[in-house]
Structure formats: structure tokens, C-alpha cells
Ligand binder design. Structure first.
Ligand code: ITT
Length: 200
């Protein structure tokens, strides 16, 4: 089994976490940029799984990816009181280039007057892998929490400053990298993927 992995993501926050989570798996990990792959991928799937597969298939079709395992992460934040928005549109919510301080403030504003017990939310992560023989594997995991009342913490990325994680009594942006990876949607989905890859 190839130990060379190309991760099909352009999100630096994800890359940092992925490299830490997979550090003990013995893979040689490169991002698509590091592998010299510069393609625009249209993520028009309706689910996290579909989008993760769209990313791995697009990258695996490139000549630079031959012989490598290609992996991708598609993830998002589901807020129950907002009908699971922004969900699969999390990166595009209010515009791809809009600062997260603005996106986070808007989500908090939309939850004004919503009590604690109805502020439930989760991060979801689907990880897809495309193997050199064309085989595909998908794993998925979530982390359950609530939307807070203000931004807290400066670790992590994206919506971490507004995601309150009850078992630690902190927002995920207040957790260390190790703490977040231990309990996060991405940490758990990637560890499931490591287990699946060990079987082949
Ligand atoms: P790639 O497709 O290049 O991987 P992306 O940022 O466009 O990067 P997604 O389409 O999967 O990735 O969007 C996921 C969005 O969900 C991400 O941009 C964040 O806004 C949010 N998100 C996912 N995981 C998160 C986490 O651990 N902490 C905070 N926000 C997260």
C-alpha cells in the first residue's frame, strides 16, 4: 500500500490539524499545492460525502497523483435552530472571502433570544480516500456542542470561536490543538480512516 498521500484541500486550518492527526500513521503527506496540483474544484454535492468524493476524484485524475492515496475533508457546522444551516455551505456562507468574525457575528445575531437548550449545533466531517487501484473509502464523524453568545479563543479556525463544547466548558477555539484533535469531528473521522487503511 502506497504511503504517499495527497490531501485535496486548500484550507490551511485543516492542513495543520490533518498533519498532526495523521503524524503517527507513517504517511508522506503533501497538500495538492505541494504536489503541484492547481485545479479549481466545484463542490456542488448535496452532502459532505458527495463533496469529499468530488475532491478526491478530481485530484486523483491528475498525473501528479498517480500511485498516491488521495484524501479529502468536507466539513461544516450545523445549527439546529437555523434548520442545520450553514451545513454543506459553511465555507460559502455570506461569501467565501468574508472574514469569519463577520460570519460568526451574524450567526450569533440570528440566534438572539434563543435559549441555551435550543442552541445545539455540531461540526460534521466526511473524509474520503481514493486509492491507487481506484477503490474509495469514506468515513464520517461529528462533535456535538452549542453556539455561544460571543466569540472566544484564538486557536483553530473558521467557526471555532463560537462553538461551545460542553464537556470542556470551553469554545473549541480555546482548546489546544491536541485537545481539539482528540474530540473533533476531523480527529475522529481521520482516525477511523487510519483504521480502514490498515485493513488493506
Ligand atoms: P477545502 O474544500 O479546500 O478543503 P474549505 O474551507 O472550502 O476547504 P469545506 O468546503 O469542507 O472546506 O468547508 C468547511 C467549512 O466548515 C470551513 O471552511 C469552516 O468554515 C467550517 N469548519 C469545518 N471544520 C471546522 C472546524 O474544525 N472548526 C471551525 N470551522 C470548521
Amino acid at each position: 500500500m502506497s504511503k504517499q498521500v495527497i490531501f485535496a484541500t486548500g484550507n490551511k486550518g485543516k492542513v495543520k490539524e490533518i498533519e498532526m492527526i495523521l503524524a503517527d500513521a507513517g504517511f508522506e503527506i503533501r497538500t495538492m499545492k505541494e504536489a503541484g496540483i492547481r485545479i479549481d474544484i466545484v463542490e456542488d454535492g448535496k452532502t459532505y460525502e458527495e463533496n469529499a468524493l468530488i475532491k478526491v476524484r478530481a485530484v486523483a485524475a491528475q498525473p501528479q497523483a498517480q500511485g498516491c492515496i488521495v484524501m479529502a475533508d468536507d466539513s461544516g457546522l450545523e445549527i439546529d435552530a437555523l434548520g442545520k444551516e450553514p451545513g454543506v455551505y459553511s465555507a460559502r456562507y455570506l461569501g467565501e472571502d468574508t472574514p469569519y468574525s463577520v460570519k460568526n457575528a451574524e450567526l450569533i445575531r440570528r440566534l438572539e433570544g434563543v435559549p441555551d437548550e435550543k442552541r445545539t449545533a455540531r461540526f460534521v466531517c466526511a473524509i474520503a480516500a481514493k486509492l491507487p487501484d481506484g477503490g474509495e473509502i469514506i468515513t464520517r464523524s461529528t462533535i456535538e456542542g452549542r453556539i455561544g453568545y460571543e466569540e472566544k479563543g484564538s486557536n483553530g479556525f473558521g467557526y471555532d470561536p463560537i462553538f461551545y463544547y460542553p464537556p470542556y466548558g470551553k469554545h473549541t477555539a480555546e482548546l489546544s490543538e491536541e485537545e481539539k484533535n482528540q474530540v473533533s469531528h476531523r480527529g475522529k473521522a481521520l482516525r477511523l480512516m487510519k483504521e480502514e487503511l490498515k485493513k488493506i
